[in-house]
Design a protein. Structure first.
Length: 238
């Protein structure tokens, strides 16, 4: 997301632009910003895009109601109906939803915030690989290729499979999600044909491509057998 390359072109326009759409494309390494209105403030040091703003850079897309860029600091602030989308080379898609987001051009780091921001991981070829992750805040780093969720983390794989923790770290290079932190320790629930299973451990790693989980350090589990159908239908003798 090399927004700094946009500035020479932006300054060549005008101090205030109100139009149906502003689109800027630069060379082979293309960055596109679409918006309904653009405004320059503080002698061009601050650029504000408003109205259905969409930033596209390589395999990443950022959408928001408004986006503000500070030229001197490289700080970018996105506000309102924020949606961050990244498509990986294998076809899987990671999408983040929130009320606000920040991005630091210098460090390649940012945040996703809101009342209850969340991420979705989806494999179009296999719906069983789809998961949702909720947290209080997400931090991401382009350098480390990671995305970290903090506080009250919930991982939902289906109505019969979920996990909770205080911290979740997604590593895009191996497509693995690590749950840790606490108290309380990470918890996992699975509903199976043979009953219901509850697990906890100091650390849990979910390998999304392989659809498997690994429990590490002080792992404990409880299996509650399913009640036989015949037993469920039996009525106590009068």
């Amino acid at each position: 997301m090399k927004y700094s390359r946009l500035l020479p072109v932006i300054f060549a326009l005008s101090l205030t632009v109100a139009a149906e759409e502003q689109r800027i494309k630069l060379g082979e390494d293309e960055v596109t910003i679409d918006g309904q209105q653009m405004e320059l403030k503080e002698q061009g040091k601050v650029v504000i895009f408003r109205g259905d703003v969409v930033v596209t850079h390589q395999n990443q897309v950022l959408e928001a109601d408004q986006m503000t860029q500070n030229k001197e600091t490289g700080h970018i602030q996105a506000e309102g109906h924020v949606r961050m989308r990244r498509q990986n080379s294998d076809g899987t898609v990671m999408t983040g939803f929130g009320d606000g987001a920040t991005y630091e051009q210098v460090t390649g780091e940012g945040t996703l915030t809101g009342k209850r921001p969340y991420l979705t991981y989806r494999d179009p070829r296999d719906r069983d690989k789809s998961v949702q992750v909720y947290a209080t805040r997400f931090d991401f780093s382009e350098r480390d290729n990671t995305l970290v969720g903090h506080q009250d983390v919930e991982l939902i794989q289906s109505a019969t499979s979920w996990a909770t923790a205080e911290k979740a770290t997604f590593r895009n290079d191996v497509q693995a999600l690590t749950l840790e932190g606490g108290p309380p320790r990470p918890q996992m629930y699975r509903k199976m044909d043979k009953g219901e299973a509850y697990f906890n451990s100091d650390r849990m790693i979910f390998y999304l491509k392989e659809k498997k989980a690994e429990l590490i350090d002080r792992a404990k589990g409880l299996l509650i057998p399913a009640q036989p159908a015949s037993a469920k239908s039996e009525k106590p003798a009068s």
